[in-house]
Design a protein around this ligand. Structure first.
Ligand code: ADP
Ligand code: MG
Length: 613
């Protein structure tokens, strides 16, 4: 879905993208101009080398023929030619000096631009909505970042260090030929170069399909392999190693076929290029040999022409590679720029103010919401949570409970109706100030692959070690952490996989205690705990919730008996509401659930006390 670009895109779009890119370079225009100056100087010197070579050959040639005729000034000739040779050496030196200076000057431009672009891409990825990230495939996100730096770097490299210098050199060579030797030389060179370029571009364009095919299969194979490794446990549970291997193998074998085609066409391209160069240079040299025979040009001239030709075709030889590289880089850049052009669905309104939190009054006002328009999830939900009070939501799985929490955090906007905090519509305040006052113990807690200390302190980056430990204690975690050989420095594994569900939930509770927000959402915060652990940490939970307004999505009804109001959600509608006692008297859904859980609870308590004896 989001692999490499498969179809070639328009040149106009490329030009637009280049313009977008140039903004990043233009900031360093002083340096860019200096580097371009160096480029021109070094190219002038490159072209001056054969010119000097011609002089050397001619001086020596005249000198020797004069000497043969018994002429004068043999030592003068030597002196002059020695001087020329020294100049020749200096030119070569100068050429490489300016070339290196150009690269050094340009390095800052290039790396700074890469740095800025990557930073911008990451911050943009953070701004994009949850819905965007849920659709992404694992691994493709990290590609976005590396793609932005590598494509920028390649484009700049190819243009500045390859394409522009080659064009400059070509123009100089054409000018020298036109000025010194007449139009027919120039014509042959121009025709050769034009045919060469057309051939290279057409042929490269045609064989690009094999590269695209290779890239497509490569990313499919990789995606498959990565997916199967990420789901290592699942693969093992279902004994599906062979199934995974077969799929991977199929992709790779197709990839290898495409690779062979790509290589053979590459050889064809190289040979075609070499043939064109050979033909062009041969014609030129025939013209030159003819002119030398007619004595219209000197021996030095033929050396000059030969050297110019060879020099010119060296960079052109790389044209196929350069062209392909540029196409890829442009395609990648196109993806990066498209990504940057994606508008976050959830945006701060222009002029959004900070949420002015007073007490933490929450109001859901006839909220309607659907992830996909054809399947409504919430169908007109209204309730209020008074400051410092506790409202509980219960209901079957899939009834939309966690969705309430996502809407409150404004990961999505409501389709109709409004959510207000202390009277302010959450769409009118900045997202940052909104999330500042909210805390959540999520249904599935995901951790960074770092230490327990780091993961706890993530809730508040400036928390002291004492505060972290106090929070862990309040969440009933200290005993567990102390039992670990590495204590707070224990690394929790990718996404926190080395922790049990209950441990992760207690980590999440400790985080909220540490963050100490005005409003807390508990999303089945104790569902992974056994009844006894639940009882012990309920105290911690209640301590955290004591001053806060809390919205408790509950799995076990015993944890919400004391709620100020209980909402029973079913299929996106509130079907019953009231306090625990009121609902029990109703003798309907809630009462039934309660009966059921009382029964189970009794049984599991029985079991756990059995275990203890
Ligand atoms: N990103 C999503 N895209 C489409 N459907 C979703 C998405 N997230 C949740 N859903 C669906 O919305 C419904 C309610 O989800 P949720 O609020 O998580 O239920 P629960 O009450 O169990 O917490 C579920 O049927 C779920 O499949
Ligand atoms: Mg849920």
């Amino acid at each position: 879905m989001y692999g490499r670009v498969e179809a070639p895109h328009s040149n106009r779009r490329d030009l637009q993208n280049l313009r977008t890119l140039s903004v990043y370079l233009w900031e360093y225009r002083g340096r860019v101009l200096l580097a371009l100056g160096c480029l021109v100087l070094s190219k002038l010197m490159v072209v001056a080398v054969p010119l000097l070579l011609k002089e050397i050959v001619n001086t020596l040639d005249e000198g020797t023929s004069d000497a043969l005729v018994g002429g004068v000034a043999g030592s003068d000739v030597l002196l002059v030619s020695l001087g020329l040779v020294a100049a020749y050496g200096l030119l070569r030196l100068g050429n490489s000096f300016f070339k290196e200076l150009r690269d050094a000057l340009f390095a800052r431009v290039r790396y700074r631009a890469m740095h800025r672009l990557s930073t911008r891409v990451l911050s943009h990825l953070h701004d994009l909505s949850l819905s965007y990230h849920l659709e992404r495939r694992t691994g493709s996100i990290s590609k976005d970042l590396s793609r932005s730096t590598s494509s920028l770097s390649s484009i700049v490299n190819l243009l500045v260090f390859n394409i522009v210098p080659t064009i400059a050199e070509f123009l100089l060579v054409a000018a020298i030929l036109l000025g010194g030797y007449g139009w027919h030389y120039t014509l042959v060179v121009v025709i050769t170069v034009v045919i060469y370029i057309l051939f290279t571009l057409k042929f490269s364009g045609w064989r690009m399909q094999f590269r695209h095919e290779m890239n497509r299969l490569d990313s499919l194979a990789n995606g498959r392999a990565v997916d199967s490794l990420l789901n290592y446990e699942t693969v093992k549970y279902f004994n599906n190693e062979n199934f995974e291997q077969k799929a991977y193998n199929q992709y790779l074998s197709d990839w290898a076929d495409a690779g062979v085609k790509s290589q053979t066409t590459m050889s064809m391209l190289n040979f075609g290029q070499a043939a064109l160069v050979a033909i062009g240079v041969t014609i030129i040299m025939m013209l030159a040999a003819n002119d030398v025979a007619n004595q219209t040009i000197t021996l030095g001239d033929i050396v000059l022409i030969n050297a110019l030709m060879l020099q010119l075709f060296v960079p052109l030889n790389l044209l196929g590679v350069v062209y392909r590289g540029l196409q890829y880089a442009l395609a990648d850049m196109d993806l990066v720029i498209k990504l940057l052009e994606l508008k976050p669905e959830i945006k701060d309104k222009p002029g959004a103010t900070d949420l002015n939190i007073k007490q933490g009054h929450i109001e859901f006002d006839d909220v309607r919401f659907a992830y996909l328009s054809e399947r409504p999830i919430l169908k007109g939900i209204s309730f209020k949570v008074e400051p410092g009070k506790k409202v509980a939501v219960v209901g079957p799985s899939g009834s939309g409970k966690s969705t309430l929490s996502r809407l409150l955090f404004r990961f999505y906007d409501t389709d109709e109706g409004a959510i207000r905090i202390d009277g302010m519509d959450i769409r009118d305040c900045t997202q940052s100030s909104l999330r500042e006052v909210l805390g959540v113990v999520p249904q599935d807690t995901v951790m960074f692959n770092d230490s327990i200390r780091y993961n706890l302190a993530y809730a508040r980056n400036d928390a002291t070690d004492e505060e972290v430990k106090a929070a862990a204690k309040a969440a009933n975690l200290s005993e567990f952490i102390d039992s670990l050989p590495q204590g707070y420095d224990t690394v929790v594994g990718e996404r926190g996989l080395k922790l049990s569900g209950g441990e992760k939930q207690r980590m999440a509770i400790a985080r909220v205690i540490l963050k100490n927000p005005t409003i807390i959402v508990f999303d089945e915060a104790t569902s992974s705990l056994d009844t006894r652990s639940e009882q012990t940490i309920l105290e911690g939970l209640n301590a955290a919730a004591e001053r806060a307004t809390s919205l408790v999505i509950a799995h076990r009804l015993s944890t919400i008996v004391d709620a100020d109001e209980i909402l029973v959600l079913d299929a996106g509608e509130i079907v019953e509401r009231g306090t625990h006692d009121e609902l029990l008297q109703n003798q309907s859904l809630y009462a039934n659930l309660w009966q059921l859980q009382q029964h189970e609870g009794a049984k599991s308590n029985q079991n756990s006390s059995d275990d203890n004896t």
